[in-house]
Design a binder for this molecule. Structure first.
Ligand SMILES: [Zn+2]
Ligand SMILES: [Zn+2]
Length: 285
């Protein structure tokens, strides 16, 4: 109906893959289950990319086009915590400004592919698509055809529901954008309704932020930095690294005393220095 077919029409690909899977499942031949499984896996991949394209503006630039479905879904979840949840859309006319309409017209529920489903189904199907290892064979491993078929039927039913959803790829909501203060790459994050603070992460360098809704469509990106002090008891000069930088085997050279501080996963106790303890004043801690 005037809709132009496109090379990235993954949703239609998914429909075709699902249809072919159903053809295979219609057969009583156990040997055809693996072909059904392959089509189902591809349908799940198509839907993941379909979702990614809907979030194109929110995605980190360029390289995502080469990513595998699992990675794409992980990124989708990071940008939008609701990406794996079903959402309902409804519209209504406000009787007066700000008053909730009495009649809301439902547009339908969008049932989207969620990460849990990918993990569970995608991986489970994968195990059916490989020849058992020699060790598995020796242990007498055999494919349970009934279980395999039940799994395929479950996925086919789920994908049918997803693909017949009247509303899809809605990316409603406010997106917060800010250039990373550490590496300069843009960070985008959806601000979910009714949530004032969300965590955001730079895909490029891993720096984390607290994003706060400060009202009137404005957000505040606060760098998730922590204060750590030089471990030289004579110095104790503070530095403010990103939380993501506090990992074992990292460290820093103190600019004040010139000493090296290594971050290691350990508890090291040093008894109090009697000279230091007698010193008046200190840093007030
Ligand atoms: Zn960054
Ligand atoms: Zn120092």
């Amino acid at each position: 109906m005037g809709w132009e077919a496109s090379v990235t029409d993954y949703r239609n690909d998914a429909r075709r893959e699902l249809a072919r899977a159903k053809d295979e499942l219609a057969s009583a031949d156990v040997e055809r289950l693996k072909y059904a499984a392959l089509e189902l896996r591809m349908a799940m991949e198509s839907l993941t990319y379909d979702r990614a394209l809907a979030y194109k503006a929110e995605f980190p630039p360029a390289e995502y086009e080469t990513w595998q479905p699992r990675k794409v879904m992980a990124i989708l979840l990071e940008i939008d915590p609701n990406a794996d949840k079903d959402s309902s859309l409804a519209f209504g006319i406000e009787p007066s400004l700000g008053v909730t309409p009495e009649v809301m017209e439902a547009l339908g529920t969008e049932i989207v592919l969620n990460m849990a489903t990918i993990k569970r189904h995608y991986d489970a199907l994968g195990s059916y698509l490989h020849v058992p290892t020699i060790k598995q064979r020796k242990a007498g491993a055999k494919i349970d055809a009934a279980k395999f078929r039940a799994r395929c039927d479950e996925i086919a039913a789920y994908l049918t529901e997803v693909l017949s959803s009247p509303v899809w790829n809605t990316t409603m909501g406010n997106f917060a954008t800010h250039d990373c203060m550490k590496c300069g790459h843009p960070i985008r994050k959806r601000m979910p309704h009714g949530q004032d603070v969300v965590d955001a992460k730079c895909f490029e360098c891993g720096a984390t932020y607290k994003v706060t809704d400060v009202g009137e469509g404005k957000v505040h990106f606060e760098p998730d930095q922590v204060e750590v002090k030089c471990a030289n008891p004579e110095c104790k000069t503070s530095v403010f690294p990103w939380r993501s930088e506090i990992v074992p085997n990292s460290g820093w050279k103190c600019e004040v005393c010139g000493g090296e501080n290594d971050i290691k996963l350990m508890i090291q106790h040093r008894p109090a220095d009697p000279v230091e303890a007698e010193k008046p004043g200190g840093d007030g801690e």
